[in-house]
Design a protein around this ligand. Structure first.
Ligand code: ADP
Ligand code: MG
Length: 234
């Protein structure tokens, strides 16, 4: 059965998000504290302990890093871009990672121009998150189809993998902060992507079929000819 998730239907509140972050960061911190205390009391910290401590620190860093992209340390800068160029940059960036896993990108882009107004780094992060998920869903390789086309007032972007798919009982939870189906996942990629797409007045849907694959569909409003707007937001 094919399951469709309209991600725009739910967005976690700041309060729920903060509770999640606090919880997820406290766990590795507790481990770190325990080891340091062991060292203080017994001076018996081993190399194995130290490497565990490092991986706990890495996890905290990963979680904080995923949130930084939303934190907007500087003013957000929306510029005019052709979404195909943004995608090409991301594809070039992800290509070696894909090849490493026997994965090939298949691209089908419209010939028409695809101008949008976007915060380029944030939009790139969305495509990176989605391509990473696609790659991680295909441990034995395959194809990832990336399509760009026009839909009236919108640019339609689809990223379709041939991966393991998402089981029915999981799909409603995808995009909840910290919900992950992976051993070392953070469960933040889809949530962060959804927020970024929302801030671009776009939508994001996920369709998936177990053992067939997953398709993520992103729609972004087209920037009309002549409106060369650069919007700056505090
Ligand atoms: P993470 O990748 O850290 O687990 P995400 O928010 O990116 O967090 O994804 C949440 C979960 O959604 C994943 O752990 C995975 O179970 C599922 N998922 C997302 N994208 C795909 C995909 N393309 N194929 C299969 N499962 C996916
Ligand atoms: Mg991910």
């Amino acid at each position: 059965m094919e399951e469709l998730l309209r991600r725009s239907e739910k967005l976690t509140t700041v309060g729920q998000l903060a509770a999640g972050v606090a919880h997820e960061i406290r766990n590795p911190l507790t481990t770190l504290r325990g080891f340091l205390q062991l060292q203080q009391e017994t001076n018996k910290l081993t190399l194995a302990h130290v490497s565990l401590m490092l991986s706990e620190l890495d996890r905290i860093n990963l979680i904080v890093g995923e949130f930084l992209i939303l934190a907007k340390p500087q003013a957000t800068k929306f510029i005019t871009k052709d979404v195909r160029d943004v995608l090409q940059d991301v594809i070039a960036f992800m290509n070696s990672e894909a090849l490493l896993h026997d994965i090939e990108f298949r691209i089908a882009f419209t010939e028409e121009n695809c101008r949008i107004s976007c915060e380029e780094n944030q939009l790139k992060q969305v495509f990176i998150n989605l391509l990473k998920n696609a790659i991680e869903a295909m441990p034995s390789g395959g194809l990832i189809h990336i399509n760009v086309s026009h839909r009236r007032e919108h640019i339609s972007i689809t990223i379709a993998d041939e991966g393991e798919g998402i089981p029915d009982e999981m799909i409603a939870k995808i995009g909840d902060p910290f919900f992950t189906g992976k051993e070392t996942g953070t469960g933040l990629g889809i949530m962060v992507s959804q927020r970024i797409i929302n801030s671009h007045r776009g939508t994001m849907d996920i369709r998936s079929q177990v053992k067939v694959g997953t398709t993520v569909h992103v729609m972004l409003p087209i920037l009309k000819e002549g409106s060369e707007s650069v919007i700056l937001e505090g």
